[in-house]
Design a protein around this ligand. Structure first.
Ligand SMILES: NC(=O)c1ccc[n+]([C@@H]2O[C@H](COP(=O)([O-])OP(=O)(O)OC[C@H]3O[C@@H](n4cnc5c(N)ncnc54)[C@H](OP(=O)(O)O)[C@@H]3O)[C@@H](O)[C@H]2O)c1
Length: 386
């Protein structure tokens, strides 16, 4: 009889967080929630806590944390506030797996502390690896922490690499669905609205990652994430467009063989695999029916139409604090677009401006990386409209 794994879930009220709870609900003998954390969705996390009975709940926003504390009074569930509370969830001594599903660079400190504590980390939140992949990898090697991907592309690569020798890998190719505007004429991109950008053709995701999917910055961030997860040189990473989102990524080997990972576009699959790894557990949904699908299409990636991927490659080549600058500039630009402050096409321009102005430092500590992030945010606020 397999033992029950205890899960600490950071970002439980978001898209990945809720789907993680679906997986846990469907396998109650295998998984149990030990800690939950969110930013400010008090009512949602109270409902989750009442259902899942974790030991600890953390809410970043102090006012929301107070509300949650009142609602859960007498329940025996401890409520903690602030980033310190989230970090306590990330290093909870009873957590067997820490699921990092917060959005943005806000998840960096808890992921870092979980890596330091030698935890098994299931990573959906890509920004921590983008910003501090070199440090997190080194820390995991020291502490014995295990990094498992949840992102569907990285889960596909991880699964295609199982049992293979590292030196037999020639290239890794990430698939991209193309986002909400894949067929829109280039000259109409400047007029797209936040509502249009938030309507992704395949995946239902949080607002930041959905806009990143529309600009293809998501693919750029994923390239950097893959570099650190799998210890690959940047030139070994490629992108191909694939509309059906059935092939989640591919690995090319030195003998010319290509391994592809196929699955339905449903995040609960990679989430479940990250929780159950190395076991595979049954799921109710059928696998892709290839005869019914008929064809899977692949198209070259157009780097000129989608400059964010090239910007991410540039930051990856610059190294040090540059990916932190890229990530911060992207968060600012996406927020400005969603607030109606800039048009869609100004997102890459804003990021490029920040990256060009950034004075790259080695980025050999978390503090240096977070300082670079803060500097870029100050720079962009100071120079908006230029
Ligand atoms: N959604 C997908 O299909 C998908 C696929 C692959 C990778 N990812 C990655 O997974 C991450 C989460 O994406 P999502 O779509 O689930 O985002 P989302 O729906 O926006 O949810 C974000 C979650 O993070 C919480 N949060 C924000 N700041 C936090 C902090 N400092 N500490 C703890 N929790 C915090 C939010 O809490 P509140 O509700 O209180 O704001 C919410 O629970 C992103 O990095 C994204 O790139 C997502």
């Amino acid at each position: 009889m397999a033992s029950t794994k205890r899960i600490a879930l950071l970002g439980s009220t978001g898209s990945i967080g809720r789907q993680t709870l679906d997986v846990i609900d469907s396998l109650p003998d295998r998984f149990r929630v030990i800690a939950l954390a969110c930013h400010r969705s008090a009512d949602d996390i109270v409902a989750q806590a009442r259902q899942h009975r974790p030991e600890l709940v953390a809410v970043v926003d102090p006012e929301a944390a107070r509300k949650v504390g009142e609602a859960l009074q007498g329940s025996g569930i401890e409520v903690a506030a602030g980033l310190a509370g989230v970090t306590r969830c990330a290093v909870h001594p009873e957590a067997d797996v820490v699921v990092a599903a917060a959005a943005g660079v806000a998840g960096l400190r808890p992921v870092w502390e979980a890596a330091r504590a030698g935890k098994r980390l299931a990573l959906a939140n890509k920004e921590p690896l983008v910003v501090a992949g070199h440090l997190i990898r080194a820390e995991a090697a020291r502490s014995g922490a295990v990094l498992l991907p949840i992102d569907s592309e990285h889960s596909a690569i991880f699964q295609s690499l199982l049992g293979q020798h590292r030196e037999s890998v020639a290239r890794v190719i990430l698939t991209a669905s193309g986002g909400a505007f894949r067929d829109l004429p280039q000259d109409e991109l400047a007029r797209v609205t936040p509502e249009q950008a938030l309507a992704h053709p395949t995946w239902k995701m949080g607002p930041k990652v959905t806009v990143d999917s529309a600009t293809l910055m998501n693919k750029g961030l994923e390239l950097i994430e893959a570099r650190w997860l799998f210890d690959l040189a940047p030139e070994m990473l490629g992108v191909v467009l694939h509309r059906e989102s059935i092939v989640h990524s591919l690995v090319e080997f030195v003998d010319g063989a290509v391994m592809a990972h196929l699955a339905q576009p449903d995040m609960r699959l990679p989430i479940q695999f990250a929780l159950s790894y190395p076991a595979r557990l049954a799921r109710p949904e059928p696998p892709p029916d290839l005869a019914h699908l008929g064809a899977l299409r692949f198209e070259p990636f157009d780097g000129e139409r989608w400059p964010c991927v090239e910007l991410a490659r540039r930051a990856m080549a610059m190294g040090g604090t540059a990916p932190s600058a890229l990530s911060a500039a992207d968060e600012v630009a996406v927020a400005w677009f969603l607030d109606g402050r800039i048009p869609f096409t100004a997102i890459p321009h804003t990021i490029e401006r920040a990256l060009t102005a950034h004075d790259v430092k080695p980025g050999d500590s978390l503090e240096a990386l977070l300082e670079a992030d803060a500097q870029v945010r100050r720079f962009l606020e100071r120079t908006q409209g230029r």
